[in-house]
Design a protein around this ligand. Structure first.
Ligand SMILES: Cc1cc2nc3c(=O)[nH]c(=O)nc-3n(C[C@H](O)[C@H](O)[C@H](O)COP(=O)(O)O)c2cc1C
Length: 249
């Protein structure tokens, strides 16, 4: 039994969750993020932050992002995926269309994502409609993946329940026998592809002292453009398309 009964009340973990806290001080941002520090476009700002975070060496997998979707009943769902494309059109990632997230995106083609760069006290949030990537873009990316990842994509029916590891390993061996590692093309599985989040909102968060964090948000310049429909999509590299607001922490 822990000696402090309040700890027993608040945490089942032996490291009390309520006691875990960090004093924020914007280590990569010279004390904070001010309006004047921001790039003219969300794309330039995201690219700058991504480069700085990567160069810091402090964040493992800086392209890992938490992707939130919503199920048919309106219940949110979230999981990590890897950011694999960042350009004026949005943020892209790859997965199985038949997975839980793929089915959720089919029914509700919109998502939110967080790049949680805790180690450098930065975080990025985006939200917006989601589009499927076209076949050529998917094929190009799939061909760039290591052999094992391409075969693994054939072996997994992502999100389906499986009776232990063995059927998975058997499916991998079967796929590897069908497409040996001899330099020939492994086709893109029919169930596999990519999506692009087309942001209608991009928030940059920097942790600061006393929880007075900085939150600067790119929003559509025209108020009526705000919303989650594909029609609201704005080029991330168009400075006239965006305005910046500060939100309270
Ligand atoms: C660091 C990390 C990166 C991941 N990257 C991907 C990815 O790029 N695509 C993907 O489909 N799943 C990825 N996953 C697995 C997903 O988090 C998730 O387990 C899987 O996509 C099934 O999600 P779903 O059942 O909600 O569709 C990653 C997991 C982690 C922890």
């Amino acid at each position: 039994m822990p000696e402090d009964p309040s700890v027993a009340d608040s945490s089942a973990a032996s490291a009390p969750v309520a006691d875990a806290r960090v004093a924020y001080s914007a280590p990569l941002d010279g004390g904070g993020l001010l309006e004047g520090d921001l790039a003219a476009t969300p794309l330039e700002q995201l690219a700058r932050w991504y480069d700085e975070v990567s160069a810091s060496g402090s964040v493992v997998e800086p392209n890992a992002m938490v992707l939130a979707t919503v199920d048919a009943g309106g219940l949110p769902d979230a999981r990590t995926v890897l950011l694999k494309g960042l350009d004026a059109r949005g943020l892209s990632f790859y997965t199985h269309h038949t997975s839980t997230k793929g089915q959720q995106l089919l029914a509700t083609p919109a998502a939110a994502a967080v790049l949680p760069w805790h180690a450098v006290q930065r975080s990025v949030r985006v939200r917006g409609p989601v589009l499927r990537l076209d076949d050529d873009e998917v094929a190009d990316y799939f061909a760039s993946r290591p052999y094992g990842s391409r075969i693994g994509a054939h072996a997994s029916r992502q999100s389906a329940v499986v009776d232990g590891r063995e059927p998975l390993e058997t499916a991998y061996e079967r796929a590897a026998a069908h497409w040996p590692d001899d330099g020939r093309t492994v086709p893109v599985p029919g169930s596999w592809g990519g999506y692009r989040i087309v942001p209608v909102e991009v928030e940059l968060w920097v942790g600061r002292a006393s929880r007075l964090h900085d939150r600067l948000v790119y929003l559509p310049a025209a108020h009526e453009a705000a919303g989650l429909g594909v029609d609201a999509a704005l080029a991330l590299d168009d400075p006239s398309a965006w305005r910046v607001v500060r939100r309270q922490p």
